[in-house]
Ligand binder design. Structure first.
Ligand code: HEC
Length: 147
């Protein structure tokens, strides 16, 4: 009888452990707590003009589409082969809760599986990319003339 008790306890304990681990992995993807508050509050100094979006498109094609997909749906080839699942930027809900400062920080410094641009881009180009990423959820005709 007591051996059965120990077995039952062990089983409950391992289930508890497993679910705790699962919570941790979900949090890893959604938590932006590691972005410094100062960085998150930064205001985008670059207006989202056609010029800004045109500058960003160059980098987007070079450094981002392989993971985020040409239109930002997160279905790029590299993402697929690395089993990464970047969020769908064509859905306006995706980045709604994010500040421009947070997006800039992630583009510049990376986040989890997202690699950093670092010194490859100038600060202004980082803000251009923030504008570009935001433009992906807007109707095309509002944003750009297709190249
Ligand atoms: C190797 C694949 C890869 C490349 C290349 C890449 N990203 Fe990402 N990106 C990701 C992944 C995966 C995430 C989700 C990271 C996480 O879980 O925090 C992400 C997250 C982001 C986010 C934050 C989204 C959110 O939910 O807040 C932005 C913005 C972003 N990427 C923009 C870019 C831009 C701009 C470029 C090009 C300069 C780029 N990424 C290049 C894989 C990539």
């Amino acid at each position: 009888m007591s051996r059965l008790c120990i077995f039952v306890f062990a089983a409950i304990f391992s289930i508890a452990l497993l679910s705790a681990q699962q919570t941790q992995t979900t949090q890893k993807v959604t938590s932006y707590a590691d972005i410094p508050a100062e960085a998150a509050k930064r205001v985008n100094p670059v207006k989202s003009t056609p010029e800004s979006l045109a500058r960003a498109r160059k980098w987007w094609k070079l450094d981002c589409t392989m993971c985020h997909g040409k239109d930002g749906d997160g279905k790029g080839d590299v993402a697929a082969s690395m089993k990464l699942t970047p969020a769908d930027f064509t859905n306006p809900a995706t980045l709604k809760e994010r500040t421009d400062g947070e997006l800039f920080y992630i583009i510049k410094n990376g986040h989890q599986d997202m690699p950093p641009e670092g010194d490859r881009i100038k600060a202004e180009e980082g803000w251009d990319l923030v504008n570009y990423v935001r433009s992906l959820s807007k109707p095309k005709e509002d944003v750009e003339q297709k190249p």
